[in-house]
Design a protein around this ligand. Structure first.
Ligand SMILES: Cc1cc2nc3c(=O)[nH]c(=O)nc-3n(C[C@H](O)[C@H](O)[C@H](O)COP(=O)(O)OP(=O)(O)OC[C@H]3O[C@@H](n4cnc5c(N)ncnc54)[C@H](O)[C@@H]3O)c2cc1C
Ligand code: SF4
Length: 489
């Protein structure tokens, strides 16, 4: 043993405490059975005790949570402290504890030694112990500081911004086009992965801070964007990417062909869509996976996911998150078909009946990704009662109106360009989340919102009036220790 860390490692049990799964036959017909079962106290403490607190994982967390800190408090049986630490940057521990992409686990030092610490699952374990975070967080008393901010979009980016501004006494008004808050946490991620009561608990905690919420209110239609810019001291835009990108495959006008976000959104709001026996999902990412498993829960007997590239090329891969998602889908009988190109939807009596497709050859071109080239000489066919296209979305900025639209700069990929404070090229307009970052996941939306909340307080010039700087999100907590930051400084 040549270091203190080596000695501590020797004292620990290296094996990850197993996370139990509900059996597929129990979960496949249910929207309420979560695939992963909660750790018991014994398991949670044992798993947390494996952590050496090196915080290497924090470097890969977009919201730079103090992971070593909150795992340590879990290990000593103090989940309330865990929640207090998580809330320094993130107001959704139970949500993120279920559906985070958990890149942190991929770089945990235990990866090759018994398996990474179950960081995500431990967050859920701690968060599920509390029905009301208000009882364990020592929130400052809210005093209006004379500033008003409008937030457009009630997804994780909008809600996080609202949270960190409201606790500092800013009057926040949130506008959401849909009937309920949550964004894709509500309309995309299905309830068996993210239960409604978890959404209610964590979103309710934020809105109960006094945020004024207008649901069913689309900015650009029910409220004018220019009025928000005139009536509020700053505006935050967390609008996500909700404009469906359909493939336009010939035959797309048949009934029972729809985009995944429409499909998942309708199911999330309680519709029991008749999917028939066989469903074909086009795509290869999160959304394709969720669509396939939701189809199973709606009664499909067979679900195929068709993806044009190889398994290793699928979005989000390589990561333990992508592995786990696929493993759970396969356990639920979803069948993946790699390297195929659907080229026609066949219909009978106006309703889709099947999909014609080609197999692809993957061709390397230079140093880029292998390109799928269809082998057109052989036409293949799968019967289908429903086709779901999980082929991506883009952001819709049309609500800004022509004048503002001209001033808003986007990247060539269509993301909003923001400065280091989260402000767009329009003065007083801040932005974050899926419309702005390339990761397009929850934890990065939260990180953008953390930056924007601090950016807005600075822009409003109210840093000297804030109730308690302990409640400012700790943006880039570890940056100064990171090797890349060190090189730049
Ligand atoms: C099916 C699916 C599964 C996913 N699974 C995961 C996962 O497991 N883990 C993970 O980390 N990420 C996952 N994601 C991605 C994640 O949900 C998003 O990255 C995240 O929700 C983005 O947050 P946001 O606040 O930017 O946008 P959103 O969550 O999309 O919220 C934007 C909100 O703005 C509203 N809005 C838009 N325009 C207007 C307007 N003009 N006026 C008023 N309101 C407006 C929308 O209605 C929406 O409610 C998934 C996404 C999908 C679609
Ligand atoms: S890298 Fe692993 S061991 Fe180190 S703090 Fe993070 S979870 Fe703990």
């Amino acid at each position: 043993m040549n270091s203190a860390i080596d000695q501590r490692l020797a004292l620990r049990n290296f094996e990850r405490v197993k996370i139990s799964h509900e059996p597929p036959e129990k979960r496949i017909h249910s929207f309420t059975v979560e695939p992963l079962m909660e750790y018991t106290d014994h398991e949670g403490i044992a798993e947390a005790s494996r952590c050496i607190g090196c915080n290497i994982c924090t470097q890969s967390c977009p919201a730079s949570l103090d992971i070593g800190g909150y795992i340590r408090s879990t290990a000593v049986g103090d989940p309330a402290e865990t929640i207090r630490i998580v809330f320094e940057n993130l107001p959704f521990p139970a949500i993120i504890g279920r559906v985070c992409t958990h890149n942190c686990e991929d770089i945990c030092v235990y990866n090759d030694t018994g398996g990474p610490i179950a960081i995500r699952h431990l967050k859920r374990y701690a968060a599920d112990k509390f029905d009301d975070y208000g009882k364990i967080l020592d929130m400052p008393k809210r005093k209006f500081i004379g500033k008003k901010v409008a937030v457009i979009g009630g997804g994780p980016a909008g809600l996080t911004t609202a949270y960190y501004l409201a606790i500092q006494g800013v009057a926040v008004t949130l506008f959401e086009a849909r009937p309920e808050l949550g964004g894709f946490m509500k309309q995309g991620i299905p309830r068996y992965r993210l239960p409604q009561e978890v959404l209610d608990k964590e979103i309710g905690f934020i809105t109960n801070l006094g945020v004024e919420v207008h649901t069913n209110t689309q900015v650009g239609k029910d409220v004018k964007f220019e009025d928000l810019m005139a009536d509020y001291d700053a505006v935050f835009m967390g609008i996500g990417n909700h404009k469906a990108r359909m493939t336009g495959t010939p035959g797309s006008d048949a009934k029972n062909i729809m985009h995944a976000t429409e499909f998942l959104g309708r199911v999330a709001y309680g519709e029991k869509i008749n999917v028939g026996n066989t469903v074909v999902v086009i795509g290869g990412g999160f959304t394709a996976n969720d669509s396939s498993r939701v189809s199973m829960r709606l009664g499909a007997k067979k679900v195929y996911i068709l993806y044009r590239r190889r398994e290793v090329d699928r979005p989000g891969y390589p990561s333990s998150n992508a592995e786990e998602e696929m493993e759970e889908s396969i356990e639920e009988n979803v069948q993946y078909m790699w390297e195929v190109t659907p080229f026609e939807y066949v219909s009978e009596n106006g309703k889709v009946a099947g999909v014609k497709y080609w197999e692809n050859e993957m061709v390397m071109e230079g140093r880029g990704r292998a390109k799928p080239v269809p082998k057109k000489e052989k036409v293949l066919y799968i019967p289908a009662d429903m086709v779901i296209e999980a082929t991506g979305q883009e952001s819709d900025f049309s609500f800004l109106g022509e004048d503002y639209l001209r001033q808003l700069r986007l990247t060539p990929q269509g993301h909003v360009i923001v400065n280091q404070n989260g402000m767009t090229t329009i003065k007083g307009l801040f932005s974050g989340g899926d419309s702005t970052n390339i990761n397009r996941d929850l934890i990065t939306a939260v990180r953008d919102a953390d930056i924007a909340a601090v950016g807005i307080l600075n822009y409003l010039n109210v840093m000297d009036q804030i109730a308690d700087d302990k409640w400012l999100p700790l943006v880039d907590r570890w940056k100064k220790y990171s090797p890349s930051a060190a090189i730049k400084s």
